[in-house]
Every structure is written in structure tokens, then in C-alpha cells.
Design a protein around this ligand. Structure first.
Ligand code: ZN
Length: 126
């Protein structure tokens, strides 16, 4: 499940979306539209599995400002104030905001969590 608003934000921020700008969608798939005609359809999982989607979304959301470690989830600011070892001790902290959020998405999905809540936390408050 990916909110329509997030796909739009990603497209506005450089996600190529198979060359399309217009689409319709339901919980399972997007229908790609060109000049008002339905040209093709893709499962939402194709989007969720595409790093380019998360990178463009991160650009739209300004995630760089608050990067989290991909391994232990500590945020960059806390780490700079008080450096500590990563939870996986052979790993170094690796701050990569888009990957952090993508990993949280799949963790939520795979553990039967609430994806609606996941997206609600990310989306700008109305
Ligand atoms: Zn870490």
C-alpha cells in the first residue's frame, strides 16, 4: 500500500514512473495513463521495490535533514552529539535516509504492521 500523494510527490521530484505522469490506482496497482488512455498497469510492489521511488520521495520530503542509521536507527543528530557504536558492532553507522524509510516500510509490511500508520507519520500534517 502506497498513498497516491506519495507517488505524486516522487514523480514531482524526479521519479521517472516508466515515463508516465498521469495514473489511477487502487490498493494493488497503478494504471498508467497517457492522453486520457489507460496504457499499462503495474503492481504497487514494483514501486515499493524501486530505490528510485524512495530516493525521489526523500527529496520531496527533505529527509536528508534527519537521516537515520540503516542498521540501528539512531538519528544523525544524536550520533553527532554522543557518538556510539552501531547495534551490529561490526558495522559502522550508515546514514541513508531513503533506505532507512524503505526498510521501515518493508519491516512494517513483513511483520503485519499498519502501513496506513507508517505513511501517516511520514506525510505532512494537513
Ligand atoms: Zn548504526
Amino acid at each position: 500500500m502506497i498513498p497516491e500523494q506519495c507517488i505524486k510527490i516522487a514523480i514531482e521530484n524526479g521519479y521517472d514512473f516508466w515515463g508516465y505522469k498521469d495514473f489511477k490506482m487502487d490498493d494493488e496497482r497503478v494504471v498508467l495513463i497517457y492522453n486520457g488512455d489507460c496504457m499499462d498497469e503495474r503492481p504497487l510492489s514494483d514501486i515499493a521495490q524501486d530505490p528510485a521511488f524512495w530516493q525521489a520521495l526523500g527529496k520531496g520530503f527533505g529527509w536528508d535533514e534527519k537521516a537515520f542509521c540503516n542498521h540501528c536507527y539512531i538519528d544523525k543528530q544524536s550520533w553527532e552529539e554522543k557518538p556510539r557504536k552501531c547495534a551490529g558492532d561490526w558495522l559502522k553507522h550508515e546514514f541513508n535516509d531513503w533506505l532507512y524509510h524503505a526498510l521501515r516500510y518493508f519491516e512494517t509490511l513483513l511483520t503485519g504492521g499498519n502501513l496506513e500508520q507508517f505513511w501517516k507519520k511520514l506525510l505532512p500534517k494537513e
